[in-house]
Design a binder for this molecule. Structure first.
Ligand code: NAD
Length: 340
């Protein structure tokens, strides 16, 4: 029996999760919601996804635009086993009341506070503790990147303390109302909220984060310094551990990937998802080991890194896989992500 899934909020994250769910053999995408007609609503209809109306607009607006509507959000909630909430941040908390009223399980995104759900989720980080839960929150793009890296580093060498500076993109490519377009904005919450958010996955991890926002739309970049408990032999040992883990992509120097522009050009060449880069991206030259000190850069494609995590969160909830690695392998094969 396939798990029946609804997507509430069909924007940057929602449309990607919808495509990923539609490709999974053990899941059925029953429908997606839009609050108003738009080119994204047209694309959903063209892909054969049933459209339901969320929010206060009526079906008439959609029908005027030539878009067939199958019902309201409430109609959709009564046909599914789980809803993936991908509405704008803080709206998920309000939506939770609708999901509770319909008696449906729910997965929320990282724009919500941790208490929106029973547990925060990252597939490599804490899949086992999320098995069977009725509500989960997939942590944000930056937290997902840090949690994945922690799940490689911590078991291999132990983490004494981790300092990370997050160089954050100003907006997503399609956003027109955010900035800066010229300038670097320090985040004056010191340390930033990302460290505590990583501890929703690894409660005892010693990590402190700081952040700046820069005028780019492509990706975030993390500048990491980890004081390890045991020294690796060399950087090659660390690179092998990352390469051997799903959802990491390491560029070699001969590939001539200087930074995020070429990473996203590679993603466009590769053509997975919406030309996405769902893996943590590292560079061979960007990993250095000095005794117990590990330094590394990683780039995070904010629009897509959480997409496979949402699919795994559904599997954890409904116990559709024997463990995290089994779920990750199924998800990634269906999406087309390479196995390590
Ligand atoms: P988005 O604005 O691109 O998409 C949100 C969609 O929800 C829009 O289509 C909007 O019309 C719709 N919507 C608005 N109100 C709604 C309602 N009441 N019910 C249903 N749908 C409604 O936002 P996004 O970037 O996809 O972000 C969604 C969530 O994912 C947020 O919690 C965000 O913090 C998180 N997230 C975003 C990114 C990112 O970089 N974009 C990365 C990771 C996590």
């Amino acid at each position: 029996m396939r798990v029946r899934v609804a997507i509430n909020g069909f924007g940057t994250i929602g449309k990607r999760v919808a495509d990923a769910v539609a490709k999974q053999p053990d899941m059925e995408l029953v429908g997606v919601t839009k609050t108003r007609p738009s080119f994204e609503a047209t694309r959903a209809a063209e892909k054969g996804y049933k459209l339901y109306v969320a929010g206060s607009s009526g079906a008439a607006e959609f029908e005027k635009a030539g878009l067939p509507v199958a019902g309201t959000l409430d109609d959709l909630l009564h046909q599914v086993d789980v809803v993936v909430d991908a509405a704008p941040e803080k709206v998920g908390k309000e939506n939770r009341k609708l999901y509770d009223a319909a008696g449906v399980r729910a997965i929320f995104q990282g724009g919500e506070k941790a208490d929106v759900a029973e547990a925060s989720f990252n597939a490599l980080g804490n899949y086992a503790t999320c098995v069977g839960k009725r509500t989960l929150r997939v942590v944000s793009c930056n937290t997902t990147g840090l949690a994945r890296a922690a799940s490689v580093i911590s078991p291999a060498w132990g983490i004494d303390h981790w300092e990370a500076t997050l160089v954050r993109r100003a907006s997503d490519p399609a956003e027109t109302k955010r900035g800066p377009i010229n300038g670097i904005l320090p985040t004056f919450l010191l340390p930033s909220h990302h460290g505590p958010d990583v501890r929703t996955i690894f409660p005892s991890l010693s990590i402190a984060t700081t952040a700046v926002v820069v005028p780019t739309t492509l990706m975030h970049v993390h500048v990491n310094h980890v004081r390890l408990q045991r020294a690796p032999a060399n950087a090659a040992e660390v690179l092998t551990a990352f390469r051997d883990t799903p959802r990491f992509h390491v560029f070699a120097p001969w590939e001539h990937v200087d930074g995020t522009p070429q990473v996203m050009e590679y993603a466009r060449d590769r053509g997975i998802g919406f030309n996405d880069m769902m893996e943590n991206v590292l560079w061979e030259e960007g990993v250095r080991v000095d005794e117990k000190d590990l330094y590394f850069f990683q780039a995070i494609h904010q629009e897509s890194i959480v997409v496979p995590e949402n699919v795994d969160a559904i599997r954890a909830m409904f116990q559709l896989a024997k463990d995290a690695r089994d779920s990750i392998a199924k998800t990634d094969q269906a999406i087309g992500l390479p196995a390590p």
